[in-house]
Design a protein around this ligand. Structure first.
Ligand SMILES: CC(C)=CCC/C(C)=C/COP(=O)(O)O
Length: 265
C-alpha cells in the first residue's frame, strides 16, 4: 500500500500475530512435523522396504484450508487498498481531478439520507391516494431499515475510512467515521431498485436511475471516502434490502394501524 492508511492496514494484518510468527509458516510447520515424524516422505537412503506413507491426521488436512482463505482475503484487501488509492482522484483539491470535487460532493448530497427522508415525508404529506401513500410508506420503511442496518454493520466491522479521505461530509452520524459498508452505495442500490419497481418510467429515465446509482458509488471511491469493497458490498446490501422490503411490504391489510394513524395526521 502506498498511503498511510494502506500501510497501516497491512501492518495491522501482520501485527495481529506475535512478531516473527507467521501463521502460514506455523501451520505449515505444524502440518509438516507429524509427516516427518512418521517418515511419510521417502528419505534419501531409505530402503524400498519402508512402510507406505501414513495418511495425514484429520486436523492437519483441515488446517491448510484457512491459510488459503487467509491468503486470498489478504490479496483481495491488498488489491482493494491499491485500487482505491488509485481511484481516489478527487480526494483533495490538489488531487489530479481535484477540480471535479464540487461535482462529486453534489452527487454525495443526492444520495444522502436526509434529503431522501425529508423528501419522502414531504411527498407522504402531500399524497392524496391510498396507492401513493402505500408506496411512500414502504419507501420510508426502506430508508429507515437501511440506516439501521448500515449503522449496525459499520459499528460491528469498524473499518476506518481511507487515510486520504477529508472528513468534510454533510451531516453524519457517529458511526459514519467508519467506512464499511458505504451508506450512499446501499441507498443508491435500494432506492434505484425501489424506483424501477414502483414508478412507471420511460426507458431513458430508467437508464438514468441506474447510471445515477453507479456513478454515486464510484464517486465515493473517487472522493476518497471509501475503498472499492465498501462500495461493492454496499451495492449488494442495498439490493438485498429491497428484497426484504418487498417481502415485508406494508399495506392497509397487514399494517392497518400505520395507515390509519397516518390518515389522521
Ligand atoms: C444523518 C443521516 C440521516 C444519514 C447519514 C447519511 C450518511 C452521512 C451516510 C454515510 O455514507 P457513506 O457511508 O457512503 O459515507
Amino acid at each position: 500500500g502506498g498511503g498511510g492508511g494502506g500501510r497501516f492496514e497491512f501492518q495491522s494484518l501482520l501485527s495481529s500475530r506475535a512478531p516473527g510468527l507467521d501463521p502460514t509458516c506455523t501451520r505449515l510447520r505444524a502440518s509438516e512435523s507429524p509427516v516427518h515424524r512418521r517418515g511419510s516422505f521417502p528419505l534419501a537412503g531409505a530402503g524400498p522396504s519402508q512402510a507406505p506413507p501414513a495418511p495425514l491426521p484429520e486436523e492437519d488436512r483441515m488446517d491448510l484450508n484457512p491459510s488459503f482463505l487467509g491468503i486470498a482475503l489478504r490479496s483481495l484487501l491488498a488489491i482493494d487498498l491499491w485500487l482505491s488509492k488509485k481511484l481516489g482522484v478527487c480526494a483533495g483539491e490538489s488531487s489530479s481531478w481535484g477540480s471535479m470535487r464540487p461535482l462529486m460532493k453534489l452527487l454525495e448530497i443526492s444520495g444522502h439520507g436526509i434529503p431522501w427522508l425529508l423528501g419522502t415525508l414531504y411527498c407522504l404529506s402531500r399524497s392524496d391516494s391510498w396507492a401513493g401513500r402505500e408506496v411512500l410508506m414502504n419507501l420510508l420503511f426502506a430508508l429507515l431499515l437501511d440506516l439501521l442496518l448500515v449503522a449496525l454493520i459499520k459499528g460491528l466491522v469498524r473499518r476506518r475510512r481511507p487515510a486520504h479521505n477529508q472528513m468534510d461530509m454533510f451531516v453524519t452520524l457517529s458511526v459514519d467515521k467508519y467506512s464499511f459498508p458505504s451508506g450512499h452505495a446501499t441507498r443508491a442500490a435500494l432506492v434505484s431498485r425501489f424506483i424501477l419497481n414502483h414508478l412507471v418510467l420511460a426507458i431513458p429515465l430508467r437508464v438514468l436511475v441506474v447510471l445515477w446509482a453507479f456513478i454515486l458509488g464510484l464517486s465515493r471511491v473517487m472522493l476518497g471516502r471509501h475503498n472499492v469493497t465498501d462500495v461493492a458490498f454496499g451495492f449488494f446490501l442495498g439490493y438485498t434490502q429491497y428484497s426484504i422490503v418487498d417481502y415485508c411490504w406494508l399495506s392497509p391489510h397487514n399494517a392497518p394501524v400505520l395507515f390509519l394513524l397516518w390518515n389522521q395526521q
